[in-house]
Structure formats: structure tokens, C-alpha cells
Design a protein. Structure first.
Length: 305
């Protein structure tokens, strides 16, 4: 079931859970993510960032792939341009069939952020698309700037931003950061900030930079009011490490089987994150029609674990 983030996340707000938004850029990661969602009967969001699209995940290939696979499962599936900053990229992906756009103008002052975000909302809403904006700025894990409270979302700005932009969901900054944290580092999240923003608005809240944040932080963030949990680095590292392990064990590993086994590993880690979000079983809130594994004769997916 191909849909948008508004449809998915409005239900998450209503029923107090979060949804995994997983980074995916090729057949193996997309099928791993959707297979995990089907196994858990959970709504799911697929993320492709600007750099992924430029380097590998070309829209003319990704959109038909996601739409085709989404029709083979009863779980709601949304495809999102993540951290769209370039107007040409935003319009290209939306016109290609992305159901949702995440516009990241968080590096600008409030006025400029509002103007850039509203421009994307005006583009998408008239054609039935959904938009996520960012208030505060989620930085980079390698530099530990997620620890910089000056970059956090300011609750006193939230209602002004929402009223001026009409976004369908809001990414907030509260202690996480994008990428891979230094070895042994676990971020400290400001759960009071999440609770404060949640109490102010019914708009779905997104937590970016969740890779490496730790299971307990994710659970507490969802309890505090987060509805969308973005994970990319952990998924990609898992797939890379599985590939490395298999080739170290057998340098002559069959390449087709390697791709199949990496997909299974992706499916496994995504199931774990889905369970942390509390979205398992929530596809029942939408509708039930298809069987994702009905195409097993095409080798689409092995049966879930």
C-alpha cells in the first residue's frame, strides 16, 4: 500500500507509537526494509537522501521499484526525499512520484527556514503530497555537535513555524546527530524537550540521527512523543559488515547468494528497530489485502524469521 507520511504518522500520533523511517537505496535494502515491515505488520517509511540519489538511487529506478513492492504487502509504505535542500532535487523527486518530501532549511534563520519550507508545502499539498520540516538543527555525530544545546529546537518557536508552514510533520533537534558516533559514545537526549513540544501540538514529531543512539533512548523518545524514528547509518553498516564477514569466510562467495543474505540481514535489523518504535501490528489500523510473500516464485523474499 503506497501512501504518504501524513497518512502513516497521523495514525501514529492518534495511537501513541512511532514508525521506522529507514534509509534504503537499492533492491536489497528496500526489500529488506519492506520485508521487515511485512513480518511485523508495521507501517514503514523509506528514506533516500539527496546524496544517495545523486550517487546511486536514481529516481526513475527507485520510485517504480518501491511502488511495485508496496503493492505486494498490506502495510502502508511511504517514500520520502530525506533532507531535501536543493529546490531542483525537491521538484525532481516529487514529480517522479515520491509521496513525501522532507525539506531541511534548518541551517537558515527562522524567517528563511519558514519561507523555504512553505514553498515546498505549496508545491506538494496541492498535489496530495506530504511535507516534513525541521526546526532546530540536527548536526553530525562525528563532531558531537548533537551535544550543542544551542542547536536544539526552541519550543517558543514551534507554533509560529507550524502556523506559517503547515507542514505535516516536524523534525526536532534534542540531542541526536547524523552519522556514526565515536566509539563508545551514547548521546544524551532531552526528553523533556520532546514532551514539551508534544504537549503543544498534534503534529507528528520526527527524531533524526537515531543510529547509535541506543535502544533505551529510542524507547524513551517514543514514550515522550516521537512518532518517526530515522535510521540509516546502522542499516548501512549492518549490510556492509555482513558482506565483509561472508567474504572473509569464503572469498569465492556466490554474488547472487551474497545479495540475498545481505537482504536477510537488513530485514533482521529493521525488524529490531520496528519493535523498538512500537509499531508492530499497527498495519491493522489501515487495511489488510495482500500477502507480501505471494510472489515467492519470483524469489521476491524468503519467508520471515
Amino acid at each position: 500500500m503506497y501512501t504518504d507520511i501524513k497518512t502513516i504518522l497521523d495514525d501514529a500520533v492518534k495511537n501513541h507509537y512511532a514508525v521506522l523511517a529507514g534509509g534504503a537505496f537499492n533492491l536489497e535494502t528496500i526489500r529488506g526494509l519492506l520485508g521487515a515491515a511485512h513480518d511485523e505488520q508495521a507501517p514503514v517509511i523509506i528514506l533516500t537522501g539527496q546524496n544517495m540519489i545523486k550517487r546511486h538511487a536514481h529516481t526513475e529506478i527507485i520510485v517504480p521499484m518501491v511502488k511495485e513492492l508496496a503493492e505486494e504487502t498490506n502495510v502502508p509504505v511511504a517514500l520520502v526525499l530525506d533532507h531535501g535542500r536543493d529546490w531542483n532535487m525537491i521538484t525532481q523527486t516529487f514529480r517522479a512520484g515520491y509521496s513525501s518530501i522532507m525539506i531541511d532549511a534548518s541551517a537558515y534563520e527562522m524567517k528563511e527556514n519558514i519561507e523555504r519550507t512553505r514553498k515546498v508545502v505549496d508545491l506538494c499539498h496541492v498535489q496530495g503530497g506530504a511535507v516534513e520540516g525541521e526546526l532546530g538543527h540536527v548536526g553530525q555525530a562525528a563532531s558531537l555537535d548533537g551535544c550543542d544545546a544551542s542547536m536544539y529546537t526552541r519550543p517558543e518557536e514551534v507554533m509560529e513555524f507550524l502556523a506559517a508552514t503547515h507542514v505535516d510533520s516536524l523534525a526536532i533537534a534534542c540531542g541526536t546527530a547524523h552519522g556514526k558516533y565515536p566509539q563508545g559514545f551514547v548521546p544524551t537526549l532531552n526528553f523533556d524537550l520532546i514532551r514539551t513540544v508534544r504537549s503543544m501540538t498534534g503534529v507528528p514529531l520526527a527524531l533524526h540521527g537515531t543510529s547509535g543512539a541506543g535502544d533505551e533512548n529510542i524507547r524513551k523518545a517514543v514514550e515522550a512523543g516521537i512518532n518517526k524514528v530515522n535510521v540509516a547509518t546502522d542499516i548501512f553498516c549492518c549490510c556492509r559488515d555482513k558482506t565483509k564477514q561472508m567474504l572473509e569466510e569464503d572469498p569465492d562467495y556466490d554474488y547472487i547468494q551474497l545479495c540475498i543474505d545481505v537482504e536477510k540481514e537488513c530485514r533482521k535489523i529493521c525488524r529490531r528497530f520496528i519493535r523498538l518504535t512500537g509499531s508492530s501490528g499497527k498495519a491493522a489500523n489501515f487495511h489488510k489485502t495482500f500477502d507480501f510473500d505471494r510472489s515467492q516464485n519470483r524469489g521476491l523474499l524468503d519467508e520471515g524469521e
